[in-house]
Design a protein around this ligand. Structure first.
Ligand code: HEC
Length: 151
């Protein structure tokens, strides 16, 4: 009995300390990496997934979120267009907080924690989807592996 009581006291002492650390960690500034965006996030916006139109197909025209249209004949964006896309997409991202970022919540299945309805459908059925993980990493501040090496 005594031991159990001691453990309870210990737990009560430790819990507030653990809680107090959380806001400090969340407050660390996260910057979104452009190279990671260009090499990993943009391809996700272009990729054709079964039973879904590409994000680009809808989001390069009349939606609230309009990314750059590619130049005629091009299969990807040029540098200037990618920089514009970066600025457009960061408006639907909360750096360091993937699960508050509409970029992730809209295409994520509702059962997996996503928003209830997205006219573009649910491209990711689970948070462990590899493409979804890449979006999470970017929002959490991941840097492109080649950044620096390529410069
Ligand atoms: C079939 C068309 C279509 C496709 C494909 C599509 N979307 Fe959408 N999306 C929409 C429409 C329409 C809206 C506007 C919904 C609204 O206003 O409620 C929207 C809204 C959004 C928003 C919220 C924009 C804002 O400003 O709040 C995000 C973020 C988004 N989509 C991301 C994506 C991503 C990422 C993909 C690909 C994985 C994708 N969408 C694929 C049609 C589409």
């Amino acid at each position: 009995m005594k031991a159990a009581a001691a453990i309870l006291v210990l737990l009560a002492l430790c819990a507030p300390a653990a809680l107090a650390q959380a806001p400090a960690a969340a407050a660390a500034p996260v910057t979104l990496d452009f190279e990671y965006f260009r090499t990993k996030v943009e391809p996700i916006l272009l990729r054709k997934r079964p039973e879904h139109a590409r994000c680009y197909a809808c989001h390069s025209q009349g939606t609230p979120l309009v990314i750059e249209r590619m130049s005629p004949g091009a299969t990807t964006w040029n540098d200037e267009q990618s920089h514009k896309n970066f600025d457009i997409i960061r408006r639907v991202v909360v750096p360091g907080n993937p699960m508050r970022s509409r970029l992730l919540l809209m295409p994520l299945a509702h059962e997996a924690g996503g928003i209830e309805f997205h006219p573009g459908g649910k491209h990711f059925l689970s948070q462990s989807d590899p493409e979804f993980r890449e979006l999470v990493e970017w929002v959490n501040g991941a840097k492109a592996p080649s950044a620096g090496a390529a410069r």
